[in-house]
Design a protein around this ligand. Structure first.
Ligand code: FAD
Length: 322
C-alpha cells in the first residue's frame, strides 16, 4: 500500500520508523532481530536509508590508478527484500541522487518495482566523507526536485510503457508514492528559510506526495514551519521527524551534523547528569515522548522516528504514546 493511501485512510496518527542498513558484516538474521522489537506496534511501514558507497584510488606500480571500495552498507533494496521476506510490513527505501547516474536511478527503480515496492523517499543525499559541499555525480541529479521529476518522467516515458506493455494513457508515471525531506530549522546550505521552502515547493510541484521533516527538539519550530509551508502553497502532509537524544555527546554532535538547535532546558538537564549514562538516556527518551504526545495532540498524521537501528528508547516512547 502506498504511504499516501495510508495517510489518507488512517483515522489515527501512527508511528513511522526509519532504520539504517548495516555496514558489511551483519547477518540478515541479526538485522531482522534488531527490528523485531518494533513489530509489537504493527508498524505500517519501515523506512530504509540509502548511502553512497565510498571509494579510494590507489596508485599502481605502473603509474595507473585503481579504484577500491573502502566503505559501504548493504543496499537499501537488499535490506527491504530481507524485511519483506520475514515481516508483513510495507517498506520505504530511500533513493539518493549522490553516486548514481540517471540511468542507474532508473535501474534502481526497476529493481524496486520488480520486488513490488511502490514507495520511495527521494533525496539528494549527504556529501561524501571529506567533501564540504555535495558534488553531483556526472550524468546524475543535482537536487532532489530533479530526482522527483526524473522518476515521474521515466515512468511516464514511452520506453517505460513499451517495456511493460502499457496502453497509452493507461499509466500516468505515478507507480511510486514519493516522500521528500524538509528542514524546519533550514537546510544548512540554504541562504534563508524562505528560499529553502521555495525549493521544497519545487519538490512537491515535481510530484512529491508527502514530506518528512528533519529531527527537531522544540515542537514550536515544527508548528511554525508547517504554517510557513501552508502559506507558501505546500498542501501535502508534513510528517514530523523525531529522534530521542541518547548520549551527552549528542548535545554537541547533533547540532553540528544536522544544523539544528537543542533547547536550553534540555541541555541543562543533560549537563546535570552528564556522568550518568542511563540518566541521560532517560532524559532524552522522556523529552522525545513529551514532544510526541504534544504532536499527536496537535493532530499530526504520523510521527517519524529516526531509530538509528536502536530500539530500546523508541519502544519505550511508542508504548507511552501510541
Ligand atoms: P534538496 O531538496 O536537493 O536540497 C538541498 C539544498 O539545495 C537545500 O539547501 C535546498 O534549499 C537547495 N535547493 C534545492 N533545490 C534547489 C534548486 N532547484 N536550486 C537551488 N537550490 C536548491 N541522506 C542520505 O544520504 N541518505 C538517506 O537515506 C537520507 N535520508 C533522509 C531522510 C530525511 C527525512 C531527511 C530530512 C534527510 C535525509 N538525508 C539522507 C539527508 C539528506 O540527504 C541531506 O540533508 C541533504 O543534504 C539534502 O537532501 P534533500 O533531499 O533535502 O536535498
Amino acid at each position: 500500500m502506498k504511504v499516501s493511501d495510508i495517510l489518507a485512510s488512517s483515522s489515527q496518527a501512527y508511528p513511522s520508523l526509519e532504520i539504517v542498513p548495516p555496514l558489511r558484516g551483519m547477518t540478515k538474521n541479526e538485522l531482522l532481530e534488531s527490528i523485531a522489537p518494533f513489530m509489537e506496534f504493527s508498524p505500517k511501514y519501515i523506512n530504509v536509508t540509502s548511502h553512497r558507497d565510498e571509494f579510494e584510488y590507489r596508485e599502481e606500480a605502473d603509474g595507473s590508478f585503481s579504484r577500491h571500495l573502502v566503505r559501504n552498507r548493504i543496499s537499501e533494496t537488499t535490506v527491504c527484500a530481507a524485511i519483506m521476506s520475514k515481516y508483513d510490513v510495507e517498506v520505504v527505501p530511500h533513493l539518493i541522487c549522490g553516486g548514481n547516474t540517471r540511468e542507474e536511478i532508473e535501474s534502481r527503480l526497476d529493481n524496486l518495482e520488480f520486488l513490488g515496492i511502490n514507495n520511495i523517499v527521494a533525496l539528494r543525499g549527504d556529501s561524501m566523507t571529506g567533501e564540504k559541499r555535495f558534488t553531483p555525480t556526472p550524468g546524475g541529479y543535482r537536487y532532489a526536485s530533479e530526482l522527483v521529476e526524473g522518476i515521474r518522467a521515466y515512468q511516464g516515458s514511452a520506453g517505460y510503457r513499451r517495456s511493460r506493455h502499457m496502453e497509452e494513457g493507461g499509466e500516468d508515471g505515478r507507480y511510486f508514492c514519493i516522500g521528500v525531506g524538509a528542514y524546519p530549522e533550514k537546510h544548512f546550505e540554504a541562504a534563508n528559510i524562505e528560499t529553502d521552502i521555495m525549493n521544497l515547493k519545487k519538490k512537491v510541484d515535481a510530484g512529491a506526495d508527502y514530506i518528512i521533516t528533519q529531527m527537531f527538539f522544540d515542537n514550536k519550530v515544527y508548528y511554525d514551519f508547517v504554517a510557513r509551508c501552508r502559506e507558501a502553497g505546500i498542501d501535502v502532509p508534513i510528517i514530523p521527524g523525531l529522534k530521542p537524544l541518547s548520549t551527552a555527546r549528542q548535545v554537541s554532535m547533533l547540532p553540528e551534523a544536522f544544523s539544528l538547535d537543542i533547547p536550553l532546558e534540555l541541555t541543562k538537564e543533560i549537563e546535570k547528569f552528564s556522568n550518568d549514562k542511563e540518566a541521560v538516556y532517560q532524559i532524552g527518551t522522556e523529552w522525545c515522548a513529551m514532544q510526541c504526545k504534544d504532536l499527536l495532540k496537535s493532530g499530526v498524521p504520523a510521527v517519524h522516528f529516526y531509530t538509528m537501528g536502536k530500539s530500546r528508547n523508541i519502544v519505550e516512547i511508542l508504548r507511552e504514546c501510541f
